[in-house]
Design a protein around this ligand. Structure first.
Ligand code: NAI
Length: 258
């Protein structure tokens, strides 16, 4: 049995993942704002440093895997927080945990991206680049330039940047080179509290208008199954992949473009 760190373990897909892993007999250290082993605010550098250190303390410097599911949707007025949690809340923790993942050998990491990385048109490249350059002030400034249209760009820029970071890192000597499998799961519309909040904010129409060829919405327990599979020995040859779990929305918009 393994030891896994799961961020966002208090709700939605992170919670479903933690429950699935525990059901298999694994040890899970949850990281979230509440109701978990390591309570931390991943929107601040201090919160991220403390969370990373506390997890390492609890696992004795050896991690079989990590799942980064903590995240926010495109919330108007909270663009900076969205970029901080969705990008730095993944990258800072995984970089701090890299030695522990390397120590385990054949460890696996699943980063939660989003199908918004291919569905959102005209995401400002300079915001994505600023995040990759670790310049949160510039990333926020770029999206704030879009005024009332800033929130979807804050979200999509954070998910694009974290997906690029994951793919670049996945194939590097520091990750693939030491046996760490790093992959991205890109969900579409999944019935979680995050989605309910989005609908409550008045985005019901936008959610319903998104083409989902297979119909309906995904459910968190199924996503948990996918994550467990991506952490299992069956995924030993999976490296730097982005798995779209979105009922066909990405295929609808990018049928021949991949
Ligand atoms: P959720 O809202 O149910 O769970 C997210 C968790 O992240 C919550 O427990 C929340 O407390 C935690 N979190 C948020 N800000 C935090 C902070 N500052 N510090 C520590 N923890 C924090 O959301 P859901 O839907 O399960 O989302 C999981 C991931 O999947 C997120 O990264 C989200 O962006 C992504 N996603 C969700 C989609 C959906 O339709 N639900 C679609 C595509 C991607």
């Amino acid at each position: 049995m393994g030891t896994y760190a799961v961020t966002g373990a208090a709700s939605g897909m992170g919670r479903a993942t933690a429950e699935r892993l525990r059901g298999d007999g694994h040890t899970v250290i949850g990281v979230d704002l509440r109701d978990v082993e390591v309570v931390a605010d991943l929107s601040t550098p201090q919160g991220r440093t403390a969370a990373a250190a506390e997890v390492l303390d609890r696992v004795g410097g050896r991690l079989d895997g990590a799942v980064c599911a903590a995240g926010l949707g495109g919330i108007p007025g909270r663009e900076g927080t969205v970029q901080q949690v969705n990008y730095f809340g993944v990258v800072d923790l995984l970089e701090a945990w890299q030695p522990a993942l390397a120590a385990a050998g054949n460890s696996k990491v699943v980063v939660f991206g989003s199908n918004s990385v291919t569905l959102t048109p005209m995401v400002p490249e300079s915001a994505v680049q600023a995040l990759l350059d670790r310049d949160p002030d510039k990333a926020l400034q770029v999206v704030e330039g879009f005024g009332k249209g800033a929130a979807p760009f804050a979200y999509a820029s954070s998910k694009l940047a974290v997906t690029r970071w994951a793919r670049r890192s996945a194939i590097s000597p520091q990750w693939a080179g030491v046996g760490i499998r790093l992959n991205v799961l890109a969900p579409g519309i999944i019935s979680t509290p995050l989605l309910e909040e989005q609908i409550a904010r008045g985005e019901k129409e936008a959610v319903e208008q998104l083409p989902v060829p297979i119909g309906g919405r995904g459910n968190p327990a199924d996503v948990g199954e996918w994550v467990a599979f991506m952490l299992s020995p069956a995924a030993d040859f999976l490296c730097g992949s982005v798995i779209f779990l979105d009922g066909g929305s990405d295929a609808y918009f990018r049928t021949d473009d991949w």
